[in-house]
Ligand binder design. Structure first.
Ligand code: AMP
Ligand code: MG
Length: 400
């Protein structure tokens, strides 16, 4: 049995790049860029008027002129106009290109309309209300970097440089597999001795939040069944997340069959609670995480091992969240304790965690009222209020 930190190190040592693929812009949200994006034009691409009003030559204003006759109208989308006469203005709209011969925009709020034009009613500064060509970035400059997670505002940038498709890092193909004779499909009424196979749905939902469309399977606690299915599923996936059948029971056959199939065991049993029977193995570029079936154990192992593996494989820095314990916590077993907790931020922006001992690893109701797990490393029995520990959030928004 190994330590939790050591188990995590082994898992991370087996992270690897999954390659790159081109996806339509509409599917790029949340994905990791696999190309540098450069500005195909300056930003903005022309001297852009940014107020509705009139365009004037500042020199005329500076020499004392306040009334300007209207020579033309320029809307956004019109080709560039030209102002030829110092006594005239062009009525102009936000988004239009600055006319030749004009260098200053006066907004409607600072104008009085006259019979043949406009009169300026306030002080004007040369060059005001213009967003100059290249002010934000020059043509050819790198504007989004390789390795960035695409957010909605990045989609805006990608669209503006004409990227209707974009290269991103590939997500792993993940299979989620439940095992156990007591499990029935969720649309089936269980007999007294049966339960619905809820875990896999939780994992598929959590993967969906991470942008991964997983496939879902069920295998029986029978060697032949495990053998047949696992070989098949391994062929078509990068990662297998198994739930159940990895402990010391007579029908916990998963580890043995996996090894017989050539999946190399990297560790089995970790000094942690919940999730002690966790099994992790590799076969070439395939990764197999076999979680114990209790819902809280599955959840803890998923967050403590699979999520960091995924981040590392996508080349992302996993930003561990740190929290302070709000009360003393006692935990005597010589195990790392994934303690369920609620978190909140105080006025000084310190994040506090209040540990709530749930009803054990089979209590699937408790986590839904919690925000995540505080990791209390083994080696002591008492964890003091105010001490700082790492936190594994249940919710994806908490992660970078
Ligand atoms: P196991 O890890 O197979 O020994 O299962 C431990 C406990 O978790 C048992 O009570 C199982 O019934 C339960 N369990 C296993 N798999 C699932 C699942 N997919 N959904 C809900 N509970 C499960
Ligand atoms: Mg079982």
């Amino acid at each position: 049995m190994i330590d939790q930190a050591e188990a995590l190190e082994i898992v991370l040592a087996h992270s690897h790049s999954l390659g790159e693929e081109e996806v339509p812009l509409s599917s790029s949200i949340g994905r990791i860029l696999a190309e540098d994006i450069r500005a195909d034009r300056p930003f903005p691409p022309f001297d852009r008027v940014c107020m509705d009003g009139i365009a004037i030559p500042f020199q005329a204003y500076d020499e004392g002129r306040r009334a300007f006759t209207k020579a033309a109208m320029a809307a956004a989308g019109d080709p560039q106009k030209e102002l030829k006469d110092q006594e005239q203005c062009i009525e102009i709209m936000t988004g239009a290109i600055l006319p030749k011969g004009a260098d200053t925009i006066v907004r409607y709020e600072d104008l009085k309309e006259t019979a043949d034009g406009f009169e300026i009613t306030t002080e004007v500064k040369q060059g005001q209300n213009i967003h100059y060509r290249g002010e934000d970035t020059n043509q050819g400059d790198s504007i989004l970097k390789h390795g960035l997670r695409v957010k909605a505002m990045d989609v805006n940038i990608l669209a503006s440089v004409g990227k209707s498709s974009v290269w991103v890092r590939k997500q792993p193909k993940v299979a989620v597999i439940s095992s156990g004779e007591e499990l029935v499909p969720i649309d089936q009424q269980p007999e007294a001795h049966q339960i619905r196979r809820s875990n896999v749905h939780m994992l598929v939902a959590r993967l969906d939040e991470l942008g991964i469309q997983a496939h879902e399977y069920h295998i029986r606690d029978k060697e032949s069944d495990i053998r047949k299915w696992v070989v098949d599923i391994l062929n078509s996936h990068d990662v297998l997340l198994l739930s159940g059948g990895v402990s010391k029971g007579k029908f916990d056959l998963i580890p043995q069959v996996l090894e017989e199939l050539g999946v190399e065991k990297r560790f089995h049993f970790v000094k942690q609670r919940p999730g002690k029977p966790l099994w992790f193995g590799t076969m070439e570029n395939k990764r197999v995480f076999a979680f114990p079936g209790n819902p809280v154990s599955t959840l803890a192992c998923f967050h403590a091992y699979f999520v960091p593996w995924l981040y590392a494989s996508l080349g992302l820095e996993y930003q561990a969240i740190k929290v302070k314990l709000s009360t003393d916590v006692q935990f005597r077993p010589d195990l790392t304790y994934f303690a369920q907790a609620r978190i909140w931020q105080d006025e000084q922006a310190v994040t506090w965690a209040e540990v709530k001992h749930g009803g054990g690893s089979g209590d699937m109701i408790s986590p839904s009222t919690m925000d995540g797990f505080v990791i209390l490393p083994r080696g002591k029995e008492e964890y003091k209020a105010g001490e700082v520990y790492l936190f594994l959030p249940f919710h994806p928004l908490c992660q970078g």
